[in-house]
Structures are given as structure tokens and as C-alpha cells.
Ligand binder design. Structure first.
Ligand code: HPA
Length: 248
């Protein structure tokens, strides 16, 4: 069974034939929403709305530990996380879809590990490649089959939010090598890694990052919503093909 975490612009998965919903509890509290089980083209999928079904949970308050724990407890292996981003690199323009391959974490104060129990010995998880290459490859293959353009690779910079960045912060991030900026990629990816889940992300550029092009003086969120709505049609198309490729 494939797990899909939906973000802003994807609080529901229209192509999912729902069989049931399950409210879960974990040692870390409740996930953002009940898990929705169903099928896409006859393949089993579980869907989780990262910000809750009514999109009420801001990025810094998402219970990432409970979300990933709940999925892990279903004994599945693969997680695809959909997330919206601001585009920094010049080819990451609004509406473009990417499958990032690296992360820089600028978040703080979030519950970012399962290894904070001091009674246990110290554990360091390898995070050289933060995303699962197999799952990334399948997403790219799914996009090719779906005839959707996606950018292969890119550095995702995770900011704390909920406020957007200043232009100077974006300039600094660009100097760091960040290509796209979002608020939910971390600690989600690291927690998935700690649990041994094969996690990859598909990102949708909702807007130019602060200080760039049409966002030179401000980010117009009304425009970003319209961009996301349109681009998610392509993402859903990719996901429909990705489930076909979800063979072990
Ligand atoms: N910054 C941070 N997160 C985002 C943005 C942005 O510009 N756009 C969508 N998510």
C-alpha cells in the first residue's frame, strides 16, 4: 500500500475511491487528520491531509511525529509527500512541478526526532540522501508516463513559517544553494528516515519566492492559490501513474 501525504492545495485526493477512514492515535498524539483508505485504479492507497481536512493546522504545528508514526504502523514502506513551495531557482516558476533530491533545514523548535529518549543510547540516522531514490525514480517515471513535465532534483529549503520569508532571507538561501522554499519538508523527511520509510516529495511551485519577479514587493497569495489548483491536476495525474509503479 502506498501512502500519500497531501499538503496545501491537496487536502483531498479526488482520484481516490474511498473505502473507509480511520482515526488513529500514536504515542506522539493524533495525526493531522483521520487516515483515508481507498483505491486508485485498483491499487491500495492511504491518504493523510497534512494540514487537516479543513486546512486548519499551520506548518509549525503539524504533528509530524504522529503523522509518520501512524503511516509506519500500517506496515507500509513508501510515502509520497506533496508540498507547495516558493520558487528560487530561475526555472522553478509558478506552476512547475519538481522532485527535489536535497534538503537544507532552517526550521527550529519543532519535534524533529523519535530519538529523544535519553534512557536509550544515542542514535544518528544517515541523512546524506534525505529522499528515497527508488521512490524518486518512480515519481519521475510516473511523470514521464503521465506526460507531465517535472524537474528532476533540486534543493528544498525548509523554513519555520507560518510567515513567509524576507527578500534577504531568500537571497541568503539562494547563496546556500536552495532552489525552492517550503515550510513542511522538515522534520517530515527526517522522521520518515528514522522510521525506515521510503519517502520522496513532489513539490509544486505556487509562487516566486519573496523578492523575486512578481513577488518583488509582496507574495500575492490569491494568485498562488489559483496556480496551485491548476498544477495539482498534473500532480494527481502523476500520482495515478505512480500507484501503478508501486510494486515492491
Ligand atoms: N515560502 C515558504 N513556503 C511556501 C512558499 C514560500 O514562498 N510558497 C509555498 N510555500
Amino acid at each position: 500500500m502506498l501512502a500519500i501525504i497531501g499538503g496545501t492545495g491537496m487536502a483531498q485526493l479526488a482520484c481516490l475511491e474511498i473505502s473507509h477512514r480511520r482515526i488513529m492515535t500514536t504515542p506522539y498524539g493524533e495525526p493531522s487528520s483521520p487516515l483515508t483508505f481507498g483505491k486508485i485504479n485498483d491499487h491500495e492507497v492511504v491518504f493523510l491531509a497534512r494540514h487537516g481536512y479543513g486546512h486548519t493546522i499551520p506548518p509549525h504545528e503539524v504533528n509530524y511525529r504522529a503523522n509518520l508514526w501512524a503511516l509506519h504502523s500500517l506496515e507500509l514502506t513508501r510515502v509520497i509527500a506533496v508540498a507547495s513551495v516558493g520558487g528560487i531557482r530561475s526555472d522553478l516558476t509558478p506552476g512547475v512541478v519538481a522532485v527535489p533530491d536535497q534538503i537544507i533545514d532552517y526550521t527550529h523548535g519543532r519535534k524533529y526526532t523519535y530519538h529523544d529518549n535519553t534512557a536509550k543510547s544515542v542514535t544518528h540516522v544517515d541523512f546524506t540522501e534525505p529522499y528515497c531514490q527508488l521512490t524518486r525514480g518512480r515519481l519521475l517515471e510516473a511523470a514521464a508516463r503521465a506526460n507531465e513535465n517535472v524537474i528532476d532534483g533540486g534543493v528544498y529549503g525548509a523554513t519555520q513559517g507560518p510567515r513567509l520569508e524576507t527578500a534577504a532571507e531568500i537571497n541568503r538561501m539562494e547563496r546556500d544553494g536552495v532552489d525552492m522554499v517550503g515550510m513542511t519538508g522538515m522534520p517530515e523527511a527526517a522522521l520518515a528516515k528514522e522510521l525506515g520509510l521510503c519517502y520522496a516529495s513532489i513539490t509544486v511551485v505556487a509562487n516566486y519566492a519573496a523578492g523575486r519577479k512578481t513577488s518583488v514587493h509582496a507574495i500575492r497569495l490569491e494568485d498562488a492559490h489559483a496556480v496551485l489548483e491548476k498544477a495539482m491536476v498534473g500532480v494527481r495525474n502523476i500520482l495515478e501513474h505512480a500507484v501503478e509503479l508501486d510494486v515492491d
